[in-house]
Design a protein. Sequence first.
Length: 108
Amino acid sequence: MLQDLGLTSQDERVYRALIERPEAGADELLAGCDGLGGLREVREVLGALIARGLITRQPDGERFTAHAVEQLQYRRASLAVVRDTEGRLTGLISLDDLIIRLMGAQRV
């Protein structure tokens, strides 16, 4: 599903493992991700997910938290994909928030 948003299959596996294990560390995520090359690959994927704004690193520097994409989908909120000029995924925004921002910019 997330591959449609420009994520690799490895990105999706790590992201889904993090959804299932809130605030997990890289070693815990590796245990939940079959087919990944090892801890180094998990850390690289975590870095890519942070860069895309899909997860954050906890203050202890060892654990990670997924953002609310799954919660938005659960509530059936429509999501818009935000891409940069080269077509890379840079973020997600709910369509409700996007409409509010656009309408707010058109105040009369």
